[in-house]
Design a protein around this ligand. Sequence first.
Ligand SMILES: Cc1cc2nc3c(=O)[nH]c(=O)nc-3n(C[C@H](O)[C@H](O)[C@H](O)COP(=O)(O)O)c2cc1C
Length: 469
Amino acid sequence: MSRPRLLLNAFTMNTVTHVSYGSWRRDDTRQTEFHTLDPWLELVRILERGTFDSVFFADIVGLYDDFGGGWETHVREGLQVPNHDPAALVSALAAATEHLGIVITSSVLQDHPFSFARKISTLDHLSRGRIGWNIVTSALRNSARNFDLPDRVPHDERYAWAEEYSEVVYKLWEGSWDDGALVRDRVRGIHADPSRIHKIHHRSERYAVEGPHLSAPSPQRTPVLFQAGTSDAGRAFAARHAEGVFINQGSPAAAREVIAHTRDLAAAAGRARDDIKFFQGLTVIVGSTAAEARRKAADLDESFSLDGLLAHRSGSIGIDFGGLPIDTPIGELSSAVDGTRSAIESLIRAAGGRTDVTIADFVTHKQHATRLVGAPEQIADELERWQDAGVDGINLQYAVTPGSFADFADHVVPELRKRGLAQHEYTPGTLRHKFFGAADTLPETHPARRWHGAFTPAPAAPSTPAPTG
Ligand SMILES: Cc1cc2nc3c(=O)[nH]c(=O)nc-3n(C[C@H](O)[C@H](O)[C@H](O)COP(=O)(O)O)c2cc1C
């Protein structure tokens, strides 16, 4: 059976510890150099050698402050603090590469949509159409408090905010400048045609933006849109907006459910089912034999920090695991923790209904379920299982950087190429064109496209010729 190729996305963050807890202390990783340019330049060159489609930068705009009641563990572990702005890296990475897509996370909290739209258009121009945007709404309380709010905005309201924010940037990217508005006619002295550039006069609950957009349309107009979140509101948002969805499911069966359901929702919203690509988060530890890979995994486990993992999970699950014995069965959590019943229930559901599973088992289980260890052929077999569940690509998490990406590029990609699962060379063009094999701009079924041409005045009715005679 011939298979489509798997899209390859490298998952990282402009910080010390992203999701590889404790590994910053090792000699074979460049995590502590993240604040300099060199490790990033090395990384993107490796990724292009492995014909990766894109690199994706996670980002947060505040601290996790909820482990043992505070943020001290995060600081000690280098766990997403210090954390630098990924957008500031993009021009340099674009200059060092030719094909790699560069996806940055930006929260609706952190930038006014007018300045965000301008920044993204600028980067899409500079990279010749290789930019993606991971739309996030910031679940962290400290993030909210860094941006004038008293506390985190309630869950579904955050997605409503993302809807509102998206509409403003879509109007700027898609509607403000008509196609052909940039004339650059030296002879007539017309750089751009004012009749084809429009103010957007946007007014909504949070935003008032007159426009016009200050950038001329970039190669993709709207960057490739990503989202990560699988709650009901998250799936509904992805179904309407996302072209790429990052998932972190514990098994191919769980991935199959999320993917099929989100595709159904997309179809109900008038989009094509395959207008969305799904990327499963996986860590890959490859060796020339299975035994060598297992030895490497055991060596990596030596530097693993359970405190780091627990602190990160506390933040994302919404239960403070700090101060609780790690062998506490999750069934006993409700008496130990206050006010997080739904988080505990979903934890128990995720553990297959078992309440005797301990905190330590629970947090490490998922870590291991998404870690593939083996020889290249075994890794490729596992990736085929994920693909059979509907996964279009992988979101490759590192154990050490750039070593994990180099191992994948040099040892797994050749096996994937043999099986037709990886490209041998890049297709020229924008990130969107490379992903979908179609146009550089969004398809007409995407909600952003209703703004394309929407501000163009209707042509004046032909004037009735004056009666003659
Ligand atoms: C793979 C992955 C990457 C994510 N990256 C970020 C990120 O960089 N910044 C952020 O604030 N949230 C990030 N999130 C969190 C999501 O944006 C979202 O808030 C979370 O998944 C919960 O969404 P839900 O309630 O709809 O399930 C990420 C989630 C996943 C699964």
